[in-house]
Design a protein around this ligand. Sequence first.
Ligand code: G
Ligand code: G
Ligand code: MN
Ligand code: NA
Length: 250
Amino acid sequence: VRVEADLRAAIQKSEIIPYYQPLVDLKTNRIIGFEALARWKTASGEFIPPNEFIPVAEEAGLIVELTDQLLRHACTDALSWPSELVLSFNLSPIQLSDRLLGLRILKILGDVGLPPHRVELEVTESAIIQDAVTARIVLDDLVNAGVRIALDDFGTGYSSLSQLSNYRFDKIKIDRSFVSSFETNDKQDKVIKAIIALGVGLGVTITAEGIEEESQLQRLQDLGCDIGQGYLLGRPAPAEKLATDRVSAR
Ligand code: G
Ligand code: G
Ligand code: MN
Ligand code: NA
């Protein structure tokens, strides 16, 4: 209950802010955009990670308010970036069962003046399975306006193969658990190769998450992976520390 009251107050005081992690084109080494990752910076200077407060926000019915605030903040930040850079933003699974979500997101983009084609939303498959009818309405509203949709955490229990033929995703993000183990595990290497081939077949862009080592980056580039993300390429950082004018990621 205390966490819930604290969270309510934190939203009121706008203590929860987006950090940004670069998304890098692995063919050109250029930053193509940033993923917004929520951080709760408390008055005492402590950081509470999203895994701790997003579930509380969902339970307490605060996720709509929190998301609206974070998205507005992130879109405003993105307005000051070079105009070719995209903003990628995570949605909680339960949000996709709110049929007004799409229109609310588009309203925020309109208010801020960020064109929908500069925004990408990250969803997991479990979000779609929960309420497929509503998820379809929400995703259609967004896609028709030009927003792109990424299937996040691909390959884990949250995202598998079942919805790939039902929805037209623009991007698939390979979960970082694959990238972290694929050098020591020859089968994992084959799995990543197969996901990249799947992307080619479906005409979907593939992003690899969690790149921490030079050797992982090299292998992903050799396999033809489109986009990379991870501590090696850039850690999540506050808006004021972003080098959005940097041509190359490294
Ligand atoms: O930033 P970090 O890797 O600690 O994020 C942990 C989890 O929290 C990830 O699954 C990420 O998608 C999620 N997350 C981060 N920011 C947001 C947000 O603004 N909204 C939602 N719904 N989830 C977020
Ligand atoms: O579920 P989602 O893919 O949105 O989660 C992204 C999370 O992964 C964020 O919390 C982010 O801080 C974290 N992350 C980003 N890059 C790396 C990395 O290279 N290594 C690890 N361990 N975590 C990462
Ligand atoms: Mn994500
Ligand atoms: Na992920």
